[in-house]
Design a protein around this ligand. Structure first.
Ligand code: SF4
Length: 139
């Protein structure tokens, strides 16, 4: 895996090639992962999450797993789950959508770096995020 990433990652990033040829003998899943990591072809959503720290006031890992489970079909979308409103928005600046803990059982939902819903109870926040994503896909 490392050999393949070291060999093909720089070529893709430097745009010396557009694909990993099948003649390279790298299995299809690893090819997809390297293409996605180089942001040259997306075969699944891209996720951003912070590790959580003393500022995190909700179950970040559990929430992140549920968001991943419910958005796994959204190929190419960048979705962030961040622990706090202090640093979260800056650290997920290039995400399409963001779930950001405010503290006090509330969540802000971001779209393209801007808050679109604030103070959502955390019990409703994943559903709201999914509703907003669905609505944006219908437009
Ligand atoms: S985004 Fe907030 S909660 Fe997450 S690691 Fe950074 S400071 Fe901590």
């Amino acid at each position: 895996m490392l050999d393949a990433a070291i060999e093909w990652g720089p070529k893709l990033l430097n745009r010396e090639c557009d694909e990993i040829p099948t003649s390279a003998g790298i299995d299809a899943h690893l090819t997809d992962e390297i293409m996605q990591a180089a942001r040259r072809r997306f075969y699944r959503p891209e996720y951003i999450a912070c590790p959580g720290c003393g500022r995190t006031m909700y179950r970040l890992e559990e929430t992140f797993e549920e968001v991943k489970r419910r958005t796994s079909h959204l190929r190419g979308m960048v979705i962030a789950v961040m622990g706090c409103i202090v640093n979260g928005p800056g650290e997920m600046a290039d995400a399409d959508w963001g779930y950001v803990g405010e503290g006090g059982g509330r969540v802000s939902i971001y779209h393209k770096g801007e808050p679109v819903l604030k103070h959502v109870p955390d019990s409703e926040a994943i559903d709201k995020l999914l509703e907003l994503i669905d609505t944006s896909l219908d437009v």
